[in-house]
Design a protein around this ligand. Structure first.
Ligand code: CTP
Length: 400
């Protein structure tokens, strides 16, 4: 997979620089061509000779070779690379890259490189959790940088917490995954609904549910990473979309979600209904805050539009339509009923009976039901679950 790939490794000044030697060894062993750029600070931790020997290439630090004036072109290094991995990436370098500062060969190459840049942050726990660093990291992610998350554990400072550079094997796997990831949804438009809806009782109160939106957002990232253009119609949630290929359409009520779905559904090749739409709304929304009187208050609720049900009636043969069913009892029967009444190609069933599945969790345990088959999966992260769902969509596209 890595055979013949050109990988530029940037090393900045952190104690974990010694682990980068193992990373370079792994990359070379798997057939990659490796060149290394070190900052001056990195050279305080590891000798360039170590990296030069392992990469079988000279190590670059300066713009010019002081002995013969030869120019180490950041432009040609940036163009040469298929992937630029910065490991370890210190808080200082992350801050510089996030702000477009080009004050050494490494940061300058970052600005001029055309390939993906993957960063493996390494720093003390307080520097890592500092909102400035977190903001810089999230800015980089939203610009399409890949991050290999820091690990928790013992830190060089003697403290313990999050900030340890990911292990060389983890960074190597991320690089492998980068090269194996196919843009198999390139050219496809995907509409995804996510999160809860809010149905107003009065200007300060609403009816809603516990949906966190994590599943819908994980799906949006998965399709975007695989080349799709994603329209994410989302209720109010804490999670944020990272990929620049995701357009978030923020809504509040079921009616607003329905109107946006009507807008985006006709042009969508794939539509995934992951939102937990409120099934009822107050018949009337009070104009002013309802005052307590000491008496009971009755609210009359009327049904909201079944968005999936309505879109299912309009679904074209060439569109893939996917639903979710969160059930607490008679799970399979209920899901099968929804599969057919809403005209889904398949439905993703999760049961609240399963530990770690459902609202708020970072994990999910799903069963995918089509009209003819049922496939159950293990408890997995919502990112991994998204891969399974996207793969199922692809399988159906290929069968059509
Ligand atoms: N759905 C929708 N609009 C609604 C209700 C649900 O689009 N008003 C979609 C959900 O996003 C999901 C599927 O329909 O993909 C099934 O949702 P669910 O809440 O499980 O089913 P309901 O049809 O609401 O039935 P019930 O709540 O009675 O189980």
């Amino acid at each position: 997979m890595l055979s013949g790939k050109n990988i530029l490794v940037g090393v900045t000044g952190g104690i974990s620089a010694y682990k980068t030697a193992v990373l370079i060894r792994l990359l070379k062993k798997n057939g990659a061509n490796v060149k290394v750029i070190m900052t001056q600070a990195a050279k305080q931790f590891v000798q360039p000779l170590t990296f030069a020997t392992l990469s079988q290439n000279p190590v670059y630090t300066e713009f010019f070779n002081p002995e013969n004036g030869e120019w180490n072109s950041h432009v040609s290094l940036g163009i040469w690379a298929d992937l630029f991995i910065i490991a370890p990436a210190t808080a200082n370098t992350i801050a510089k890259i996030a702000n477009g500062i080009a004050d050494n060969l490494l940061t300058t190459t970052c600005l001029s490189s055309r390939c993906k840049i993957m960063i493996a942050p390494a720093m003390d726990l307080d520097m890592y959790s500092n909102p400035i660093t977190q903001k810089n990291l999230s800015d980089l992610t939203s610009r399409g940088f890949l991050t290999v998350q820091a690990n928790e554990g013992f830190l060089a400072s003697g403290l313990s917490g999050k900030g340890r550079m990911a292990e060389p094997e983890e960074i190597f796997l991320a690089a492998k995954e980068f090269f194996s990831s196919k843009e198999d949804f390139s050219g496809k438009k995907v509409m995804i609904t996510a999160g809860p809806t809010r149905e107003k009782i009065d200007p300060v109160r609403f009816i809603s549910n516990y949906s966190s939106g994590k599943m819908g957002y994980a799906l949006a990232e998965e399709f975007a990473n695989r080349g799709a253009e994603v329209f994410l119609i989302s209720g109010p949630v804490e999670v944020k979309a990272k990929s620049p290929k995701i357009k978030v359409i923020a809504i509040e009520s079921a009616l607003e979600m329905y109107l946006e779905c009507q807008n985006y559904f006709p042009n969508a090749d794939i539509a995934i209904m992951a939102a937990a739409v409120a099934d009822f709304k107050p018949e009337k929304t009070a104009d002013n805050k309802i005052k307590k009187t000491g008496e009971q208050l009755s609210l009359t609720l009327s049904p909201t539009t079944d968005i999936a049900g309505e879109l299912g009636k309009k679904k074209r043969q060439d569109q893939i339509f996917v639903g979710f069913a969160l059930e607490t009892e008679n799970e399979k029967q209920n899901a099968e009923k929804k599969l057919s009444t809403k005209n889904f190609d398949f439905i993703v069933l999760n049961s609240l009976q399963d530990k770690g599945a459902g609202f708020g969790y970072d994990t999910n345990k799903i069963t995918i039901l089509t009209k003819t088959e049922s496939q159950s999966f293990q408890l997995k992260s919502k990112q991994e679950v998204s891969k399974d769902i996207a793969n199922k969509v692809l399988e159906i596209i290929n069968k059509k």
